[in-house]
Structures are given as structure tokens and as C-alpha cells.
Design a protein around this ligand. Structure first.
Ligand SMILES: [Zn+2]
Ligand SMILES: [Zn+2]
Length: 80
């Protein structure tokens, strides 16, 4: 029995609309992937382990191809 993120594993697609312009946002992948590239520029509170966040969530970064706005969305992992 494994907890997996349905998005990371391609089991599901998530439709997220940009709150700014209404364009469909793209899944930019796991937020943790971004830590490696951008961690020097991020506040400590999001580069460290997120306190109190249950490990049953996978946080994805969605971004809008139209206006560039981004949004973190916690995806609930599912039991396979
Ligand atoms: Zn995921
Ligand atoms: Zn937008």
C-alpha cells in the first residue's frame, strides 16, 4: 500500500483557472523541484520542511502561461 500523488503519477489532471486572467494554468511540477533551483531566493518558511503539513499532500506549483501568475496547490495523495 502506497500513498502516491495522482498528479505526479499521471493518474489525474487538475484543472486550475488563473485567478488573475482566467486562463487555464499549467502544472509546473512539484514545488520541491523548485527548491534546488531557486532556494536562495525563497523565504526560509517555504524552503524548509513545512511545519504541520501532513505528508499525505504533494504541493504542486501551477503557473499561468498567459500572465505568469503562479499558485501552489496541495494535492492530496491517494492510496494505490
Ligand atoms: Zn505530486
Ligand atoms: Zn493568468
Amino acid at each position: 500500500m502506497d500513498l502516491v500523488c495522482p498528479l505526479c503519477n499521471g493518474l489525474k489532471n487538475m484543472e486550475v483557472s488563473c485567478m488573475n486572467c482566467g486562463e487555464k494554468m499549467k502544472d509546473g511540477g512539484l514545488v520541491s523541484d523548485y527548491y534546488d533551483n531557486y532556494s536562495p531566493y525563497l523565504p526560509i518558511s517555504i524552503t524548509g520542511k513545512i511545519d504541520g503539513r501532513p505528508s499525505s499532500e504533494c504541493v504542486h506549483l501551477f503557473y499561468c502561461p498567459q500572465c505568469g501568475k503562479d499558485k501552489r496547490i496541495a494535492v492530496e495523495k491517494e492510496i494505490l
